[in-house]
Design a protein around this ligand. Structure first.
Ligand code: UTP
Length: 475
């Protein structure tokens, strides 16, 4: 088909779907820009886009909570009885064996824009550790290296970026020599994007020659694993289980034998870690059973009266919060992709730079546009079986979302210090405390020294003396 015919067809298509404005500046573009814009338009699926505009863009999403709706069940952080104790023991053994056999890979989703942190560059490059100021990427890399060493194996690492931060993430890894890991055991791949919309359903232009788009959410990882070849790479290596985590949690226990083992013993396809919510209003997703399937309902979609409902003993009825830690079977990811299953989209109103109909740049002071994204936990109800393991906040969840206040750099560092203190105390070390109960020292334990509490006792050659205000780094 000649170029003019292609152009005419695209023009017709855009008209039919109410998006003709995408070619509004065609006359001002050079040949390369035209080609590039047409390529971007060709990638859009307008039938899907019409549905998104009707279902998500033009109206706020409202969660439908059906009749068959109950709190989800979970395994406690410790076994409840002797029968469970023996199951946990078996699970730990099995989990260790699977890690040893290289059947488990780490996957971090690092394609987010980190707008709340106001940090230039990928969030993974944020320096967070309390003494050495190690970046999030370095902490994960050291944990993966330490797990490989502990289990005498190679634990591969998959890192999802977005088109916005892919090149710079790759450069960070290169310039840091992959933090001591082998380049061939680190697979960096990109997630997809989705166009941004005005409130009336028009796709926005970033400039006269480019569509405005955003990364398609952490749920995009399931598709991107398949499309990028990462899943193939996992298959080639014999990886069967993916340990999924977010780039903003420096406390995550990436290779947790108990979690992996329980998931496998119960024949699950996708499982989750959870913690007991700090209160009804904590901003984490809620684990529920909907039509018998484990489902996460975002805090923003969860009705207040359900969030506040309490049991006679005062505990929350819906007490399990999601912390975005999952084990996902590679066969499940493959199945979803082969079936062409797509996750639902969620709507977010955001400040997005774009041009208006006159071609002038709009620099929004207030959220002005719609971003659509998918969430990985929406795959849970598609799994044939899904288990939940409770973990302890103090041991495994330090979300680094904001500059200050709740879930901030400051709280994450405090939690890293507090966990180090807890691990040291469990090994007989006395740690000075402030009157408010917080730790009166700056402590950091390198992953190479200890990946879990029990490693500390084994590694400590002598009990260190820690004085108030001391800085201590164990490596
Ligand atoms: P958040 O929801 O915290 O978003 O992502 P964010 O983009 O990092 O931060 P804000 O909202 O702009 O401040 C949770 C996790 O999901 C990843 C992030 O990198 C983080 O690990 N994520 C999010 C992606 O990988 N891709 C996305 O499209 C969105």
């Amino acid at each position: 088909m000649n170029a003019q015919k292609t152009f005419e067809n695209i023009k017709k298509l855009l008209k039919k779907h109410n998006q003709s404005h995408l070619l509004a500046f065609w006359g001002q573009l050079n040949a390369a820009q035209r080609q590039n814009l047409l390529a971007q338009i060709r990638q859009l699926d307008f039938l899907k886009i019409d549905n998104w505009v009707a279902d998500f863009v033009k109206k706020p999403t409202s969660a439908e909570i059906g009749a068959d709706f109950a709190p989800a069940q979970s395994y406690g952080p410790d076994p409840a009885d002797t029968e469970q104790k023996s199951k946990y023991g078996k699970a730990v053994e099995l989990g260790r064996e699977l890690i040893r056999q290289s059947k488990v890979a780490a996957l971090v989703v690092a394609g987010g824009q980190a707008t709340r942190l106001e940090f230039e560059g990928p969030k993974g490059n944020f320096p967070i550790s309390p003494v050495k100021n190690k970046t999030l990427f370095q902490i994960f890399a050291e944990s993966i290296a330490a797990a490989s060493e502990k289990y005498q194996t190679v634990c591969p690492w998959y890192i999802m970026t977005s088109p916005l931060n892919h090149a710079v993430t790759c450069e960070i890894f290169r310039s840091n020599d992959y933090y001591g890991l082998r380049e061939k055991d680190v697979f960096i791949f990109q997630q997809g994007t989705l166009p941004n919309f005005s409130f009336d359903g028009k796709i926005l232009l970033a400039d006269k020659a480019n569509i405005a788009s955003s990364p398609d959410g952490h749920g995009g990882s399931l598709k991107a694993l398949y499309k990028s070849g990462a899943l193939k790479d996992m298959k080639r290596r014999g990886v069967k289980f993916i340990s999924y985590f977010q780039v903003d949690n420096p406390l995550v226990n990436i290779f947790d034998p108990l979690f992996i083992g329980l998931h496998v013993l119960d024949g699950a396809e996708m499982s989750s870690k959870a913690l007991i919510k700090a209160g009804p209003e904590e901003k984490v997703g809620n684990f529920c059973l909907v039509d018998g399937k484990v489902t996460v309902i975002e805090y923003s979609d969860f009705p207040d009266e359900l969030a506040e409902k309490r049991n006679p003993d005062g505990s929350l009825v819906f007490e399990l919060g999601s912390i975005a830690i999952h084990i996902i079977n590679t066969s499940f990811v493959e199945k979803l992709n082969v079936r062409g299953a797509s996750l639902p989209l969620h709507r977010a109103v955001k400040k997005i730079l774009h041009i208006d109909e006159k071609g002038e740049h709009v620099e929004p002071a207030e959220p002005n546009s719609i971003k659509l994204e998918s969430f990985v936990f929406d795959a849970l109800p598609l799994a044939s079986k899904s288990i939940i393991l409770q973990t302890l906040r103090s041991q495994e969840f330090a979300p680094t979302k904001n500059l200050t206040g709740v879930d901030s750099i400051e709280t994450a560092r405090q939690m890293m210090v507090a966990r180090a203190a807890d691990w040291l105390e469990s090994a007989g070390v006395t740690v000075p405390g402030k009157p408010d109960g917080s730790v009166d020292a700056t402590l950091e334990i390198a992953p190479g020294f200890a990946l879990e509490k029990d490693d500390v006792k084994a590694k400590l050659k002598q009990i260190p003396e820690i004085k108030p205000k001391d800085k201590l780094y164990l490596a």
